[in-house]
Design a protein around this ligand. Sequence first.
Ligand code: KG4
Ligand code: ZN
Length: 382
Amino acid sequence: MADEPLVLGIETSCDETGVGIVRGTTLLADAIASSVDEHARFGGVVPEVASRAHLEAMVPTIERALKEAGVSARDLDGISVTAGPGLAGALLVGVSAAKAYAYALGKPLYGVNHLASHICVDQLEHGPLPEPTMALLVSGGHSSLLLSSDITSDVRPMGATIDDAAGEAFDKIARVLDLGFPGGPVIDRYAKEGDPGAIAFPRGLTGPRDAAYDFSFSGLKTSVARWIEAKRAAGEDVPVRDVAASFQEAVVDVLTRKAVRACRDEGVDHLMIGGGVAANSRLRVLAQERCEAAGIRLRVPRPKLCTDNGAMVAALGAEMVARGRAASDWDLSADSSLPVTDTHVPGSSHAHSHSPSPSPASSSHSHSHDHVHEVSKDNLYS
Ligand code: KG4
Ligand code: ZN
């Protein structure tokens, strides 16, 4: 184990300042500071508030992680950081901090993809990822089906939401029901006491001619909101538990159905589920049932590793080091719309190097913005 790479990872794509330290696939520290309480009264993440909170939390969170892991920064084999996708200003704080530490310590810097990190984190819980692995990523900012044959270099988008992310739908319905923010955990709780079959809410994009692996939650959201409005207009009580259970069932039914179908169609026998919505108790149960019936092995990390954290970024960084992937250049920039296919942002010198040299190469790079590109989490301006 001592010869496995020791990597510190920094995550600041949304409202959590996460700093994780791993040795290979072993988790040593997972320090987190969240600004979620500061956003709660706005009902969504306010980018400027998040950036400022990252700035204040960065150094203390790094120090806390080093202490928790019982390692010295001098012993690190590399520093990884979320380069995108996410909120531009928030990402910039993480990238700047990672550069400063890497440069001062003389360590290689790895700018990595947030979505690939959400998949790679499962190595800390269940060991090396099978190749290939199908991943269902469901959070406040993304809902995608991704197929990866090598998490450091090959992530293929199978499908994604064409409108709202799954977690965003939970948050919006919770707002309509006056249950607060974030909505996922509270809807999960109310749903436990409700009847999932009480109201037949629509299953988006499940018709025979619809894209097999894409998702849509905005029709569902509107349908639930109208149903609630009609009850209120008629002066009747809204059965919150039944609405929560029926709405949740519509979401997890579609997610699991499409994930299992993608595995079957591609002949992949391992499915991992990550992102904040993977903490949903009904999603975990239904996914297990359907995977078992289809002969698919399900891997879901514990909830703390599903939501945004630094350990996932460290996990992917360690894998980059282990596989000899090129480090990033010092002009690494944050890219709020980094495509999912860019698992990392290698520097212009593609050789395996333990000390990335400053590069004159331009940091601007073009990439296609296909339909699977998604912006980050629900915020005030969306
Ligand atoms: O991964 P995450 O922490 O941040 C993003 O990258 O978005 O995911 C947060 C999302 C929120 O929308 C939240 O409502 C949802 O995950 N969530 C849940 C549950 N716990 C968190 N959704 C459904 N059920 C849950 N138990
Ligand atoms: Zn995330």
